[in-house]
Write a protein that binds this ligand. Structure first.
Ligand SMILES: [Ca+2]
Ligand SMILES: [Ca+2]
Length: 198
């Protein structure tokens, strides 16, 4: 009976719902020195003076245990150069008993690059590995990037920051199964963030 119900839900809701029922990465503005409202993926900033913004990379480990994860972020790919990157940090997560953990093996990310009018900016290879059991069915802060805005460059024209498995050779996710059948990269969905002119 349960199988029949599940099939009905699948047929009613269609495959997009099934495709999104996996781990997801969202980008959330968590801090500003300006007057914009924090807590979502979009924030309003002044176009007259620089503001320092903190961007949280939040992982929602829906339906999967994450034993390893490496992801990257790019920004200003449209040449507007709205942001400069000040710093970035990989965060360690554990549950209260420390029976589940996920954190960087080595300090620092693989590489970073500042955006200009000619080049997108990037922060590549935020990584976390679990040495025992990893997070599942909860959301946690995986990494953090601090930007400063560039007055005169701010445009309200959609996404300014994207996340994803952007390094073909280095970014991936895996679960608790035996390698090499433990990849869960294809299950992930990724969010974006934007800064808009006030
Ligand atoms: Ca820049
Ligand atoms: Ca913008």
């Amino acid at each position: 009976m349960a199988r029949v119900s599940a099939l009905c839900v699948f047929l009613l809701l269609g495959s997009p719902v099934v495709a999104s029922a996996g781990p997801s990465v969202s980008l959330r503005w968590s801090g500003t020195t300006g007057s914009g409202t924090t807590g979502s993926s979009a924030i309003s900033v002044s176009n007259a003076q620089p503001e320092t913004l903190t961007l949280e990379i939040v992982v929602d480990a829906q339906y999967e245990e994450i034993r390893g994860l490496s992801l990257s972020v790019e920004y200003d790919s449209d040449g507007d150069d709205e942001l400069d990157q000040l710093s970035r940090k990989e965060l360690s997560w554990s549950n209260a008993k420390a029976s589940r953990t996920l954190g960087p093996l080595a300090p620092g990310i693989a590489s970073s690059q500042e955006s200009t009018a000619a080049l997108p900016g990037g922060a590549y290879g935020f990584e976390g590995v679990s040495l025992a059991a990893g997070p599942s069915n909860l959301s946690f802060s995986f990494a953090r990037i601090v930007f400063v805005t560039r007055p005169g460059h701010i445009q309200s024209d959609g996404s300014d920051v994207v996340s994803g498995f952007l390094r073909a050779d280095g970014d991936l996710a895996f679960d608790e199964r035996e390698a090499p059948s433990n990849s869960i990269s294809d299950l992930f969905s990724f969010g974006t963030a934007s800064v808009n002119a006030q």
